[in-house]
Design a protein around this ligand. Structure first.
Ligand code: FES
Length: 268
């Protein structure tokens, strides 16, 4: 039997904010009845973007009810952009924790909130059906598996089953899930210095040098030490009194965009 916290039990017995909002400003859904649980969340906002009311309807287990209930309490009073920062870990933490096998309930809450906020801003809602479905039993896509691995630092097949349910029924998709897990973990390993130099030179060639040459200048990569990238400007860029601006606003920004947000440019 799973160990539930008092908070989960309390909200399962007496959930808050159950129901719908007729003139809701945003509605989001996650899960599906065919997969065993679903959640629909309704938000009402004032003119400043503050969430003044939130309600939910769910078909799911006690953890799904408790996760949905606490989520509505967490968002009420928040600006919609701050609500967007709520993670599934924070939903679980607000409940005093969830059994690992039930973490997918916090993920469902997070997905429904994301969908509601996307609905408010008229953004394209992430549609799982559009991706490659890996787990047919629970209709879970490769994109969902990859993003949950990254967001929750998942390390095993069991973790993925707990967070997404994928692989937890017939099991036919488990080999495919393991492959995605290995590839995702592999892709997150830090680059070696040689790989980093090659990648930086590539970005310089492709996006930076050609722009600087238009103004009679250029740039050369001198060295890399962890996140510090040492470069030398040449031609007209060398004597330009705006060279520091070029380095931070263009060179550093371009490398951050294409390689890593931590890159720091140092002129030598
Ligand atoms: S296809 Fe994934 S559990 Fe059945």
């Amino acid at each position: 039997m799973w160990d539930y916290t008092d908070k989960v039990m309390e909200l399962y017995r007496n959930p808050k904010n159950v129901g719908s909002i007729e003139d809701a400003d945003a509605i989001g859904e996650a899960g599906s009845l065919s997969c065993g649980d679903m959640l629909k969340i309704y938000l009402k906002l004032d003119e400043k973007g503050i969430i003044t009311d939130a309600k939910f309807q769910t078909f799911g287990c006690g953890s799904a009810v408790a996760s949905s209930s606490i989520l509505t309490e967490m968002v009420i009073g928040k600006h919609i952009d701050d609500a967007r920062k709520i993670t599934n870990q924070e939903i679980a933490e607000a409940l005093g924790g969830l059994p690992p096998e039930k973490m997918h309930c916090s993920v469902m809450g997070h997905e429904a909130l994301e969908a509601a906020i996307a609905n408010f801003y008229h953004e394209d809602v992430k549609c799982p059906e559009k991706g490659k479905v890996i787990c047919k039993c629970f209709n879970v896509t490769q994109e969902t598996i990859e993003s949950e691995i990254k967001a929750n630092n998942l390390k095993t097949l069991e973790d993925i089953m707990n967070y997404t349910k994928a692989g937890g029924a017939c099991g036919k998709c488990q080999n495919e899930i393991k492959r995605i897990l290995d590839e995702t973990i592999q892709s997150e390993k830090p680059l070696t210095k040689t790989q980093m130099i090659l990648k930086i030179n590539n970005v310089i060639d492709k996006y930076i040098s050609s722009e600087l040459r238009k103004d009679g200048g250029d740039i050369e990569l001198i060295d890399v030490e962890e996140n510090k990238v040492f470069v030398k400007l040449s031609g007209k860029c060398q004597s330009c009194n705006r060279s520091q601006l070029t380095l931070t606003h263009f060179v550093e920004a371009t490398l951050r965009e294409h390689i890593s947000p931590n890159i720091e440019i140092i002129q030598v």
